[in-house]
Design a protein. Structure first.
Length: 212
């Protein structure tokens, strides 16, 4: 996870990539469940909807098999978007394109900490001891990902102003549709997780081989 010097206190640090980060319910940084905060503070990996956070490890399969690319929104910068694709960060759009192809299992790993300059890095709190992290040997219990996510799009070209300044706009991950109210969206389900599909196919193939 990436950090920057806090605006309110030069001797403190804040999480940096709040524009992209979403929990698995589509909520932005600062608006998700307390249990998620506790898990992040403990250094344990947390299932999220999208994150970039200074460093990311990605499967190459969507790029190769599905022609996924870093891109801008299809409609460009559209102000406060309604009934069209969110003019979000290219990282947010990549998360959406991955999810559409079954790659929607995303982890934020708070024990991995990065900064954009040495001074900020030296201000970071010490990570949990390696012994504590090594004790976390339970597999991730993956939960369903929300079908919609909060849109914070660029409001106008050349501006740092985003749709944080607009009424809350929610967007379907499977459709380039958005609405001012989350309850106003009827979103399609995400496809099954690619890992589950390939595992089931491998088990079916193995079962067929055993019968021969």
């Amino acid at each position: 996870m990436d950090y920057t010097t806090a605006d309110h206190d030069p001797g403190a640090v804040d999480f940096y990539d709040t524009w992209v980060f979403r929990d698995r319910d589509g909520n932005p940084w600062g608006s998700f469940a307390y249990s998620n905060w506790r898990q992040l503070q403990s250094g344990k990996p947390l299932q999220v909807g999208c994150c970039w956070n200074g460093a990311a490890a990605l499967s190459p399969i969507p790029f190769i098999a599905h022609d996924v690319r870093f891109r801008r929104s299809r409609d460009g910068v559209v102000g406060c978007p309604v009934d069209r694709e969110c003019s979000a960060s290219e990282c947010s759009l990549l998360c959406k394109d991955f999810a559409r192809n079954g790659f929607h299992r995303v982890l934020a790993v708070p024990s991995m900490r990065v900064a954009y300059d040495l001074g900020t890095y030296q201000l970071l709190p010490k990570p949990p001891p390696r012994e504590a992290l090594a004790a976390m040997d339970r597999p991730i219990e993956w939960q369903p990902l929300s079908r919609e996510t909060l849109c914070w799009g660029i409001v106008r070209p050349g501006s740092e102003r985003t749709a944080k300044d607009c009424p809350q706009v929610w967007e379907c991950l499977m459709d380039d549709r958005s609405a001012h109210r989350r309850s106003g969206l009827q979103c399609r389900d995400l496809p099954p997780a690619w890992h589950d599909v390939t595992k089931a196919a491998a088990e079916e193939s193995k079962g067929g081989d055993d019968k021969r």
